[in-house]
Structure formats: structure tokens, C-alpha cells
Ligand binder design. Structure first.
Ligand code: SF4
Ligand code: SF4
Ligand code: SF4
Length: 299
């Protein structure tokens, strides 16, 4: 099989995950032809391939042309990583006007006249070109990437179904109520106990499974939703990351949902760090992402 890896606007972390496959990468390269992998090869022209793994987002006109080119040359196209699948952390840029964003990143007075025109707002890759399969994660866990590639080589591509991070989590339950809402950057969590029960925002109930839930159950860190919204969170209006997290925190702390909602200092990052650009959540009111989008004409 001829396989290419293509980067749009990205940190290239997903491509690094591919290079972290260890022994399997050598087996994969023995059995397949990789004519275009920028981290490994200096080949500049993208040839026709059977499978293209595309990481990153369409940030400007050049990326759009690139995405169209890949779609035209690839038999099957996979959105690799949460940026490509849901907009990822880059979607947080939609909270700012274009000028505000440039000022925050490069300081006052920076000139970008020669830069390609940016898109008005971030969107997942499938808003621009057809996508045959999705492998979210920031970056995708290496074991998951390996099993995904094995499946792709057998001719099948996994769909977007799946359970949530909570279904993989190995933590205990605490007696309620507990204090909260709490922030992990301000307070330490009790190891081995459910973070939500402890009053922290943990997006495990609305995030797709597949990572092994190591953040909460191994490291005592709340899930930030890096695998993107679960199939249920995308399909069910009342499973919106914000509404569901507030509801669960209200239960854990025995406080009113409005009190919880009003006390979250950074709601966009807390609830939508990896999926602010996802259109299915954006259309949802009042729990959706629309109220955080500041780019012109994009409410
Ligand atoms: S999904 Fe994460 S690792 Fe992959 S390109 Fe985006 S920010 Fe980087
Ligand atoms: S710690 Fe988070 S992921 Fe684990 S069970 Fe609790 S809410 Fe779910
Ligand atoms: S627990 Fe959440 S943040 Fe951690 S890897 Fe899994 S999906 Fe990502």
C-alpha cells in the first residue's frame, strides 16, 4: 500500500506519533511504500497514494489548496489527530478577532501583508474535503495508531463510534458532596479517586475512549478532552461538554448548576479546549460553543 502523511497547520505532533511506532514502524515500512512523509523524506511532490493521513487544520488558502490536492490524490483520506478531526486546540483561536489574535501572538505593529489570507474561522478538515475515517487524539495514542494502521491495511477503516473515557477509567467513587468547582492548577487531586467527584472539571464523561484514561487514573489529572467529543456528545444535544460537566459538578458539590456555571473562570478552555471549532457543538444553544466565538460574523 502507498501511504502518505500530510501536514496542514499543525504542531506536527501527530506525525511524531507515527514516528514513535518503534519496531512496528520498521515492519510497516517493509510491507508498504511511503513515498511522502516530510519528517522522513525530502520528496516535495505528493504522488497518488492509497492512504493519506492528514494532520492539522486548514488555516489559510494554501492549506485549503493542499487539502484539495490530497483528496484528489488519495484513495482514502484519514483525519489524523484532534486538530484534523475537530479543530483541536487551534480552534481556540476562534475566540479572538484576526487582529487580536495576531497581536497576542506577535505583538503590536507586526505586519503580515505577505502571509496567505487566513480563513475566517477554524473548522474540522471534513468541512473542506471528504474524510473516510477519523483518528483523534492530541496526538493519537501510539497503540491506537498502530491498531488503526493494522485495520487500514486489512482494508477496513474504523468509524467514529465508541464509548467514553470514563468507561476505561480505573478510579474509585467518593462520598458526596465534595467542595468545588476546583482547578487542578490550584489544588492537588486525591490519587485514585474520580476527579469529577472531587469537584474538578474532568471531561471523561463526554470524551471518546481509546486512550486508556491514563490522565485521570494513572496521573490524577482531569481529562481535558484531547480525544474529542464522544459519539454521544456529538449526537445528543444534552450531552454537550459544558452542560454535562456543569450538571455533574452540581451533583458532586450539591450546588445549583447556575452557581457552578457562573464560577468557572475559563469556560471555553475548560469545556471546549479541543473542540471549540466543532460545528455540531457550535449550533447548540445555550450550552454550545457559539458564545465564545468572537471572529467577525461568526456567531
Ligand atoms: S492534534 Fe495535537 S499533536 Fe496533532 S497536530 Fe494538533 S495539536 Fe499537534
Ligand atoms: S476521573 Fe474523570 S474519566 Fe475517570 S471516572 Fe471520573 S469523570 Fe470519568
Ligand atoms: S484522558 Fe482525556 S486528556 Fe488524557 S489522553 Fe485520554 S482523552 Fe486525552
Amino acid at each position: 500500500m502507498r501511504v502518505a502523511i500530510v501536514s496542514l497547520s499543525s504542531c506536527q505532533g501527530c506525525q511524531m506519533a507515527f514516528l514513535s511506532l518503534g519496531e512496528y514502524l520498521y515492519d510497516f515500512m517493509d510491507e508498504n511504500h511511503l513515498p511522502y512523509v516530510p519528517f522522513l523524506l525530502s520528496e516535495r511532490e505528493l504522488p497518488e497514494v492509497d492512504l493519506a493521513l492528514v494532520e492539522g487544520t486548514v488555516r489559510n488558502g494554501d492549506h485549503f489548496k493542499r487539502a484539495r490536492e490530497v483528496r484528489g490524490k488519495a484513495e482514502r483520506l484519514v483525519a489524523l489527530g484532534t486538530c484534523a478531526c475537530f479543530g483541536g486546540v487551534q480552534g481556540l483561536a476562534d475566540m479572538y478577532s484576526e487582529e487580536g489574535l495576531m497581536r497576542r501572538r506577535f505583538g503590536k505593529g507586526a505586519s503580515f501583508e505577505d502571509s496567505p489570507a487566513p480563513v475566517r474561522r477554524l473548522l474540522p478538515l471534513d468541512s473542506y474535503v471528504g474524510v473516510d475515517a477519523y483518528l483523534p487524539g492530541c496526538p493519537p495514542p501510539v497503540d491506537l495508531l498502530k491498531s488503526f494502521l493494522e485495520m487500514a491495511l486489512s482494508g477496513a477503516l474504523p468509524n467514529r463510534d465508541g464509548a467514553t473515557v470514563c468507561s476505561e477509567c480505573r478510579v474509585g467513587c467518593l462520598p458526596l458532596p465534595q467542595p468545588g468547582p476546583r482547578r487542578i492548577i490550584e489544588e492537588e487531586a486525591e490519587a485514585g479517586e474520580c476527579l469529577l467527584d472531587q469537584g474538578f472539571i474532568c471531561l471523561g464523561p463526554v470524551t471518546r475512549d481509546g486512550c486508556g484514561a491514563d490522565c485521570p487514573s494513572e496521573h490524577g489529572i482531569p481529562c481535558s478532552g484531547c480525544r474529542g467529543p464522544s459519539a454521544g456528545a456529538l449526537a445528543e444535544p444534552f450531552l454537550d461538554p459544558r452542560l454535562e460537566s456543569v450538571r455533574r459538578l452540581a451533583r458532586a458539590t450539591r450546588k445549583r448548576p447556575s452557581e457552578i456555571d457562573g464560577s468557572i473562570k475559563d469556560p471555553a478552555q475548560s469545556f471546549f479546549m479541543h473542540c471549540l471549532a466543532e460545528p455540531l457543538l457550535r449550533r447548540r444553544r445555550p450550552g454550545g460553543t457559539s458564545s465564545y466565538i468572537k471572529r467577525l460574523g461568526e456567531r
